[in-house]
Every structure is written in structure tokens, then in C-alpha cells.
Design a binder for this molecule. Structure first.
Ligand code: ATP
Ligand code: MG
Length: 247
């Protein structure tokens, strides 16, 4: 019997909200994202999406078509490809596969390719990377790579976007810009699930927070409720944080 990474975790995410998942290192946050996004299969339990039902019946490669996209804690870009090419790949996740017509250079396909490139540039601009469009992904700063992963996910026009520690390795200015970007995505109607350790960042953005500790859900609610929760303060936030909040 291996380690139980998640145990009896149950919560709801409402359409259109920013829902954070927080907790100490090793609490199971990434495992939870892996299960919701279909990367890992739970030994029991289920994940369901109102419009689709039980997601265990939706294979990983069909997740983009139900509008679910994610980024990874350990960045997964194609390093030698340019930023633009990485975003274009995100778009192909959801396209209906006109690969053959592209290969034969049919005019309609060429037009759709031009549209795709224009859209990719628009997304790069949205994440502040327009000028890096032709730069190989591995040459970008860590923070820029994280923003590129978001642009790539957005290229598949998600309705649900899952971000695993998107602010990690970013400086204050980058974090601020990222928070503005996430707010604007919410305004566009995208439901956002986010794992982050930066509490001011999380409190500013989140409608709801779910807290994990050792694979168990220890609290769930608004930032105000969760940040005053004694178990959350004990397990994660620390009494100094709580006192500073209410000073
Ligand atoms: N591939 C793996 N094989 C074995 N154990 C793993 C693996 N991945 C994660 N774990 C274990 O599962 C538990 C949950 O890990 P998980 O990565 O989900 O935590 P996390 O909350 O995302 O942590 P962090 O804040 O460090 O990213 C931890 O005890 C971890 O050591
Ligand atoms: Mg993690």
C-alpha cells in the first residue's frame, strides 16, 4: 500500500469563480490538480463537470474539447520552439484537425493558419510577451515561461483554467501583472482553479479557498473565513500571519 496523497477530499467550484487550493508542501495540491485534469486516476471517488457529468469517462486528450486546460508546477514548454510556436500548439489542442488540408496548402487552410497566428500574437500580447514571440521558450525568464504556459492554455479557449503555482519565481511587479491578468480572465467568464503559496496574491484574487493538509481537506470558504480558521492558522498560515492580518 503506497502513500495516500488525497483522502476524502470533496468540494464544489462554482462557474466563474476564482477558487484557490492552498496548503503546505506535500499537502496534495498538485495531485488534486492531476486528478481533476485527468493526468492521474483516483483509486476511488470522482470528478464531475455539470455540463459533461463524470469526467473519468473523458480521456486526457479530449479535456481541451470540454474546455479544461491547465499549466504545470514544473513548466512543460517545448524549449527549443519559439513562444509563438508553443502558443500555436495550444490552439491545435482544440482545432478539428485540418492537418491534411494544411499540408496541401489549400487556400482556406492557409487563411485559417493566418488567423491562428494572429490569435497567438494577441494572446502573447495579453500575457506581455508579444516582443518575445520569436524567442525560443528556454531563453525566456522563469516568470515569462510561466506566462507563456498561460498563453498556450488560453489558445485552446478554456472555460476552466487550472494554474499550479503560476506566481512561483516571479518578482513583485510580475506578480502584480499576473494578478491583473487572472482577474481579466475571470471577467471573460473563465472559471479559475489556482494553487499558490503567496497569500496576499491569493486573498486578492480568490472568491473561495480550499485548504489541504496531509491529503485532507481542513477548511473551505471565503478568504476571510479561511484565514481566520484556527486549523488553517496552525497547519499553514502560522500565528504571526494571522496576527498581522488583524493588527
Ligand atoms: N510521483 C510521485 N510518487 C510518489 N509520491 C509522490 C509523487 N508525487 C507526489 N508524491 C507525494 O504525494 C504527496 C502529495 O504531493 P503533491 O505534489 O500533490 O503536493 P503539493 O501540495 O502539490 O506540494 P507542493 O506545495 O510542494 O507543490 C506528497 O507526500 C508527495 O511526496
Ligand atoms: Mg504542487
Amino acid at each position: 500500500m503506497g502513500l495516500t496523497a488525497l483522502d476524502d477530499v470533496s468540494f464544489n467550484v462554482r462557474e466563474g469563480e476564482v477558487h484557490a487550493v492552498i496548503g503546505p508542501n506535500g499537502a496534495g495540491k498538485t495531485t488534486l490538480f492531476n486528478i481533476i485534469s485527468g493526468v492521474q486516476v483516483p483509486t476511488s471517488g470522482s470528478v464531475s463537470l455539470r455540463s459533461v457529468g463524470d469526467l473519468s469517462k473523458v480521456p486526457l486528450n479530449q479535456r481541451p474539447s470540454i474546455g479544461m486546460m491547465r499549466t504545470f508546477q514544473n513548466i512543460r514548454l517545448f524549449g527549443t520552439m519559439t513562444a509563438l510556436e508553443n502558443v500555436l500548439l495550444g490552439a491545435t489542442c482544440r482545432s478539428n484537425g485540418s492537418v491534411l488540408s494544411r499540408a496541401f496548402g489549400f487556400p482556406k487552410a492557409r487563411a485559417s493558419e493566418r488567423d491562428a497566428v494572429a490569435e497567438a500574437y494577441r494572446l502573447l500580447e495579453r500575457v506581455g510577451l508579444a516582443e518575445a514571440a520569436l524567442t525560443p521558450a528556454h531563453s525566456l525568464s522563469y516568470g515569462a515561461q510561466r506566462r507563456l504556459e498561460i498563453a498556450r492554455a488560453l489558445a485552446a479557449t478554456p472555460r476552466i483554467l487550472m494554474l499550479d503555482e503560476p506566481a512561483a519565481g516571479m518578482n513583485d511587479g510580475e506578480r502584480h501583472t499576473l494578478a491583473d491578468l487572472i482577474s481579466s480572465l475571470q471577467m471573460d467568464g473563465i472559471t479559475i482553479l489556482i494553487v499558490e503559496h503567496d497569500m496576499p496574491f491569493i486573498n486578492r484574487l480568490s472568491d473561495q479557498i480550499t485548504v489541504l493538509n496531509f491529503g485532507k481537506l481542513i477548511a473551505s470558504g471565503t478568504p476571510e473565513v479561511v484565514c481566520r480558521h484556527p486549523t488553517v492558522i496552525e497547519a499553514y498560515l502560522g500565528s504571526e500571519y494571522a496576527e498581522a492580518q488583524h493588527a
